[in-house]
Design a protein around this ligand. Structure first.
Ligand SMILES: NC(=O)c1ccc[n+]([C@@H]2O[C@H](COP(=O)([O-])OP(=O)(O)OC[C@H]3O[C@@H](n4cnc5c(N)ncnc54)[C@H](OP(=O)(O)O)[C@@H]3O)[C@@H](O)[C@H]2O)c1
Length: 332
């Protein structure tokens, strides 16, 4: 059902067995993202299942049952879950979630359920955004972004934080824009080399001081608001990965100046990104987890806000009101 946060109500339902190709996960944490409230309001294309849906794309927990055709070795495994509620009624905000097996990924022992539930939407989006550049890599990892400059707009946001962490792990020079001193601290904690306050500084001038050749990849949350900045700093063969329309939904670009660098403005929607790109992202995120290169919490600029399952509506409201940090629902 669509509407305000209070359409989210807690109900008892009988446990369901997983079907062929599915697993059942005892969910410990459900991660909340803007897509969840947008979907609840009925505004995310394809993501709404009416009349009723258990929300929650992201989560982490233990596999407690497997369907036909699924390796029984998965039983009891700690996993993280991605896109559980995309065009499905069965999201992660419930004690037992049925998920297609390819949407659960082993969670290493060094990674908490909090971290596992924070990965899906933010990190898959960040990975896609960092790998759409024409002369850039399709895989991330140490050295893959060496000698390249990445600009992360809004580095204190969830996707921005993920992009900074992945770009730092991949040895890029990372510049981030923020709107306050507190958000600057968050971006630095995530791993940004340089932070620019877009409310107080001239972003283009500051970026030009930092790089001779411009920015290879821009991870862009506000494509319309920042279009003039992005056009002014993009490097040859560079790309602007636009994953949100925060601040404005339409923009214009100067065609001739952007022909010279063969620049690319690339739209990004995680749900409909190519399956191969998402598979590469899942693999790279798994490697980063094992290496301890991606983290969650205030120490990396992503403070945690825990809510009880009974308070799911408050968790959604917090994200809808743009709370800084990661909202998690403690399902058990
Ligand atoms: N396309 C996709 O697949 C995809 C995937 C994930 C998320 N999204 C969308 O992306 C957006 C952000 O998601 P999120 O989870 O990262 O949200 P979030 O944690 O609330 O972060 C949003 C960030 O954007 C920053 N921002 C807004 N306007 C800006 C500007 N002009 N310049 C620089 N930064 C700016 C905000 O910082 P200030 O307020 O300080 O400026 C904030 O830090 C949402 O609209 C979400 O729906 C899309």
């Amino acid at each position: 059902m669509n509407g305000d946060p209070d359409v989210l109500t807690l109900v008892e339902r009988p446990a369901v067995e997983p079907g062929p190709g599915e697993v059942r996960v005892q969910v410990h944490r459900s991660g909340v993202n803007p897509t969840d409230w947008k979907s609840r309001r009925g505004s995310t294309p394809g993501a709404t299942v009416n009349p009723a849906q258990v929300p929650g794309q992201d989560g982490a927990g233990l596999v407690d049952a497997v369907g036909n055709g699924v390796d029984v070795a998965l039983l009891g495994r700690r996993v993280w879950i991605w896109e559980a509620a995309y065009q499905r009624p069965n999201g992660t905000m419930q004690e037992l979630a049925i998920v297609p097996v390819h949407q659960v990924v082993p969670l290493p022992d060094n990674a908490s359920f909090d971290l596992g539930a924070a990965l899906g939407i933010p990190f898959l989006t960040a990975h896609r955004s960092l790998t759409v550049t024409e002369d850039g890599p399709q895989r991330l990892g140490p050295g893959t972004l060496q000698d390249r400059v990445v600009l992360v707009a809004g580095g204190a946001g969830a996707v921005g934080n993920a992009a900074i962490q992945l770009a730092r792990w991949s040895d890029a020079t990372v510049i981030s824009t923020v709107s306050s001193a507190a958000k600057a601290q968050s971006a630095v904690a995530a791993g940004a080399d340089h932070v620019i306050n877009y409310r107080q500084q001239d972003v283009v001038e500051e970026i030009r001081k930092l790089t001779d050749h411009g920015v290879n990849t821009i991870v862009e949350v506000a494509a319309a608001t920042n279009s003039a900045i992005d056009a002014a700093v993009i490097a040859r063969y560079g790309s602007v990965a636009m994953y949100a329309d925060d601040g404005g939904s339409e923009f214009t670009l100067p065609i001739r100046p952007l022909m010279a660098p063969n620049a690319r403005w690339q739209f990004v929607l995680v749900y409909t990104a190519p399956a191969e790109a998402k598979a590469r992202a899942v693999d790279d995120i798994s490697d980063a987890l094992l290496a301890g290169a991606i983290r969650i919490g205030a120490e990396v600029g992503m403070p945690l806000h825990h809510f009880a399952l009974e308070d799911a509506a408050a968790a959604h409201a917090a994200v809808e009101e743009s709370i800084a940090g990661k909202v998690l629902v403690d399902v058990r």
